[in-house]
Design a protein around this ligand. Structure first.
Ligand SMILES: [Fe+2]
Length: 185
């Protein structure tokens, strides 16, 4: 038997471990916590969720939380460039970014990110023992329909925005993350 397998439409997810060290994470965490009250809970998935997503003043000209951390945004841009180069994909630029603070009882329902080519998350505070992000296989014929990755502080994960993903309800531990969307340059 001469069985050949092809994977012409593979879905790739990019991840960078230790993308941000503890000093940088603490700096960002301090800023987010100090400014959290300014942000209304207008995009809340849970009892306590505070999110800066879809703030009224957030437009494509104002790309959100990462505006305050240009070095980090540039570092993410470098990863995006490398990801696109390896994927033979159009170059991407970050079009908006927001933070989420989630605690006990919060969850994120399965969703994708419309009007975006790629999406990403950067974990500022999280517990990889109790928190995972789950991705649903868009090719529903396979038996392995979900893959999960632990939410490791400092890690960056980027994926195609059509991928449906979710976070299960939190039993303990706070999670602070920055998320972003991109569009073709
Ligand atoms: Fe998401």
């Amino acid at each position: 038997m001469n069985l050949e397998l092809f994977a012409p439409f593979a879905v790739t997810i990019a991840s960078v471990s230790n993308f941000l060290d503890e000093i940088d994470r603490d700096k960002i965490k301090e800023y987010i916590l100090n400014n959290a009250e300014k942000y209304s809970k207008n995009y809340s998935f849970g009892e306590n969720n505070i999110s800066s997503h879809l703030k009224e003043d957030q437009t494509l000209e104002n790309d959100g939380i990462l505006d305050n951390f240009l070095e980090v945004r540039n570092k993410i841009q470098n990863v995006l460039d490398e990801y696109c180069r390896k994927e033979d994909e159009y170059l991407q630029k970050i079009t908006n970014s927001w933070f989420n603070i989630q605690t006990f009882g919060d969850l994120t329902y399965p969703h994708h990110h419309p009007n975006s080519s790629y999406s990403g998350v950067l974990y500022i505070e999280s517990n990889p023992e109790t928190q995972n992000i789950h991705y649903i296989n868009p090719i529903m014929t396979k038996s392995r329909n979900t893959i999960s990755r632990p939410c490791v502080p400092g890690d960056l994960i980027i994926w195609p925005s059509y991928l449906i993903h979710y976070v299960k309800p939190f039993s303990e531990d706070r999670r602070i993350a920055i998320s972003f969307n991109t569009q073709n340059v």
